[in-house]
Every structure is written in structure tokens, then in C-alpha cells.
Design a protein. Structure first.
Length: 156
């Protein structure tokens, strides 16, 4: 658990019945990102994972939807992959002939993988054996830097 100063003063802040708060405990949680979609929204949502979950298990979890809750997979169910960690970079190799199209669906998959990798502490993701050099605005011929946070834009 990481402790960070909560406010820039030594006295803290008085929160009434909660008392004076001097610092805030931040916990780092592993998560898989899936697509929440209904008539009005298309959003990437964080699905918290057990602390012992591996990145391979997280990617496999991203292949499973929960349609009763309007949550859909972000990684194709038929996609087979293997992963290798190279320091701060996650290398994902596609092991079968699943085509990742240069489309909004492909872009959502890339963004979900990047955010999931970030939750596991990776700074870069390289996807190998992918068809083409671009998926949306991502140049997948090079390692991709994980974003600082999920972009709060509606996915249409």
C-alpha cells in the first residue's frame, strides 16, 4: 500500500466525525477492462481482479462478457495469445489467424489491453503477429505506451 500526502499542509484537513486526515492510503489494484454498452453508453469499465491474478488470466477474462449486465468482451474469444514480460514492456503474440481490423472494435481492444497492462505495472505493450501496422490511430508496429488514465470520452 502506497501512502501519499493528502493535502499540502502539515495540519491535515478536519473532516468532522471522520477526524483530521493527514494522508490518504492508495492501493494499486489489478483490473481487466471490458466494454459496457447500452442504448446510450459505450464505455470501457474496470473489472477488479484478485491480487494474485496474472496478466495472462486478465487477458483471458477480457474474452468473457456478462451480457446480462451489458458488459461485453474487449478481446475476441477466438484469439489465442502468449505473453512475455521484458522489463516494463509486455509483449503479446497472437498465435492464430484472428484478424484485428482497423476499426472501432479493434481500437477498443487496443485501449482495453493498454489499460489492463497499466494496472499490472507495465509502461509499454507490443502486439506481435497482428495484421497490418495500424489499428485506429495506433501504430502497432511499435511498442505502445500505456496511457495515464482512461480517456473519459464516450465510445461511439
Amino acid at each position: 500500500m502506497l501512502k501519499q500526502p493528502f493535502f499540502n499542509n502539515q495540519e491535515g484537513i478536519d473532516f468532522g466525525q471522520f477526524g483530521t486526515i493527514h494522508e490518504l492510503a492508495l492501493t494499486k489494484t489489478k483490473a481487466a477492462y471490458k466494454l459496457y454498452s447500452d442504448e446510450q453508453n459505450n464505455l470501457l469499465v474496470e473489472v477488479p481482479l484478485d491480487e494474485y491474478t496474472t496478466i495472462e488470466e486478465a487477458l483471458a477474462e477480457m474474452q468473457i462478457g456478462e451480457e446480462d449486465y451489458n458488459v461485453f468482451p474487449t478481446v475476441p474469444g477466438k484469439m489465442e495469445f502468449s505473453v512475455v514480460t521484458r522489463g516494463e514492456q509486455l509483449d503479446i503474440s497472437l498465435d492464430n489467424e484472428v484478424v484485428i481490423e482497423d476499426s472501432r472494435t479493434g481500437t477498443i481492444m487496443i485501449e482495453a489491453i493498454l489499460m489492463t497492462a497499466k494496472s499490472f505495472g507495465y509502461d509499454f505493450v507490443k502486439i506481435n503477429n497482428i495484421s497490418g501496422d495500424r489499428v485506429g490511430y495506433y501504430d502497432v508496429s511499435e511498442p505502445l505506451r500505456v496511457p495515464d488514465a482512461v480517456n473519459p470520452i464516450m465510445l461511439h
